[in-house]
Write a protein that binds this ligand. Structure first.
Ligand code: GDP
Ligand code: MG
Length: 461
């Protein structure tokens, strides 16, 4: 994500006019960065052409004027850059929103959901999360294990089901998976279950038999929705893998797993392109709660390395009253962000938990501040930062003192010493806080100006 952000930033710093060759360079940089983020090469080429077409008018006009000596040149460069950025975001969001809409579960009837995907993609784990998600929302949920191939597959599902108190159906013997799927679904249908989830065997990508078996199960249980589970760490391989499944069963939805690791996320776009079906959830860990409803805008924002400001806003829902939240959105959409804003964000984060998730969503948040497994170290760092901000004056908190550009000025140095003394910290730590603030502020300002937050972005949801 960082590289991508950098290439988008490049044009900002051009001092001359914006020519075709500038645009070509910029689009080249963006394309490389997207490919590095595991976005499929063919998709990147298409995106590049689309963006190029959409911004042509701006460029041509500029060249005719030959505005190299024009005092408007800087402003123009920055306008074009922002426009390119906006178009890139729009194109990516569009790629993630195919024609086909997600299947909507219907109350009071059996919704049969078949899970497919390669072995190890995360089907069984995701099924538990999925069951948990619906059960918590009051749906009568059950699971069927049609994976008779892998020893232990039934035990794994059974253990999850038992923990979640969800009824399950399956067999320890290497029975016919098609028959088991059919029996299980029939039984739960008769018993009035609303969400009936069928787990299948993944075997191996080389085995054509897997695909045949899966097609037979699909025929037998006639699913209302077939969910393809894709492992994000597969990167560029996702496109072909997803296509293979899509050719055999009617994939209606996609869930991308393992986004909590080192995966760069671009594979998600491949999965949508290959299946022409929407992503419904993202998996972000091994626990039952690590399943997040998909939002294209947030996803693109994270992919581009802006941090998930929208997700953060949504997570804050319920923590903040609507008015405060709207005010904050309004400010952010104008690119305004003061230390006081950062303070109140930290404060909300502290009240929110689970920390790690929320921190990961904050733009500009450095790695060392993101708690890994609910560790207290990052929490205490945050608290320390808040103590420092407690020692600041109103003027400092409200952005009336420029800590960043004037960082070597004597008055700033003495302010830093005063803040450190007041909070029982070292001046170096205060400078670190200011560094974090600078990153944050930069992100919010860029996002605000690119229209990614604020009214328009919200309306699209
Ligand atoms: P299946 O063969 O498709 O059923 O895959 P499993 O559900 O058995 O998962 C394979 C491995 O991936 C297990 O070790 C899971 O704990 C792990 N896993 C699944 N989903 C996620 C995820 O979102 N994040 C992480 N970190 N691990 C996951
Ligand atoms: Mg499994």
């Amino acid at each position: 994500g960082g590289k991508l952000r950098d290439s988008l930033r490049k044009l900002h710093t051009h001092s001359g006019h914006v020519t075709q060759s500038h645009l070509k360079d910029l689009l080249g940089d963006i394309s490389r960065a997207l490919i590095e983020s595991d976005v499929n090469v063919k998709l990147v080429m298409e995106l590049r052409n689309n963006v190029n077409d959409k911004v042509q008018t701006l460029i041509d006009e500029d060249e005719e004027k030959d505005s190299s000596k024009n005092s408007d040149a800087d402003r123009r460069a920055s306008q074009v850059s922002k426009h390119v950025q906006k178009v890139v975001v729009e194109e990516l969001v569009q790629l993630l929103q195919p024609q086909r809409k997600p299947y909507v579960m219907k109350r009071g009837k059996a919704n049969v959901v078949l899970f497919v995907g390669l072995q190890g993609a995360g089907k069984t784990t995701t099924i538990a999360k999925f069951a948990n998600y619906y059960q918590r929302r009051g749906w009568k949920t059950a699971m069927v294990c049609a994976d008779t191939f892998r020893a232990g597959a039934f035990d794994q599902l059974k253990q999850n089901a038992t923990k979640l108190r969800v009824p399950f159906y399956g067999s320890y013997t290497q029975a016919d998976p098609v028959a088991i799927a059919e029996e299980g679904v029939d039984q739960f249908c008769k018993e009035g279950y609303e969400v009936i989830i069928v787990d299948t065997s993944g075997r191996h990508r080389q085995e054509a038999g897997l695909l045949d078996e899966m097609a037979e199960i699909a025929d037998a249980v006639a699913p209302d929705n077939t969910v393809l589970v894709m492992d994000a760490t597969q990167g560029q391989a996702v496109f072909d893998q997803a296509s293979a499944f899509s050719n055999v069963v009617d994939v209606g939805s996609v869930i991308i797993t393992k986004l909590d690791g080192h995966a760069k996320g671009g594979g998600a776009l491949s999965a949508v392109a290959a299946t022409e079906s929407p992503i419904i959830f993202l998996g972000s860990g091994e626990h039952f709660d690590d399943l997040d409803p998909f939002n294209a805008q947030s996803f693109v924002s994270k992919l581009l390395g802006f941090g998930d400001v929208r997700g953060l806003m949504e997570a804050m829902n319920g923590q903040t009253d609507k008015k405060t939240q709207e005010e904050m959105m309004e400010k952010f959409s104008k690119g305004e962000f003061t230390l006081r804003d950062m303070y109140s964000q930290f404060q909300r984060v502290m009240n929110m938990g689970p920390m790690s998730k929320v921190m990961g969503m904050m733009p500009g948040m450095p790695e060392y501040l993101i708690p890994k497994n609910g560790d207290d170290q990052s929490t205490s760092r945050l608290k320390k930062f808040m103590y420092m901000m407690d020692s600041m004056t109103d003027a400092e908190l409200d952005g009336k003192v420029d800590f960043i550009t004037d960082k070597n000025a004597d008055h700033v140095k003495s302010r830093i010493r005063r803040i450190a003394a007041g909070s029982g910290t070292h001046p170096k730590e205060v400078m670190m806080l200011l560094q974090v603030y600078k990153q944050f502020e930069g992100m919010v300002s860029k996002m605000g100006k690119s229209g990614m937050i604020g009214k328009d972005a919200q309306a699209k949801q």
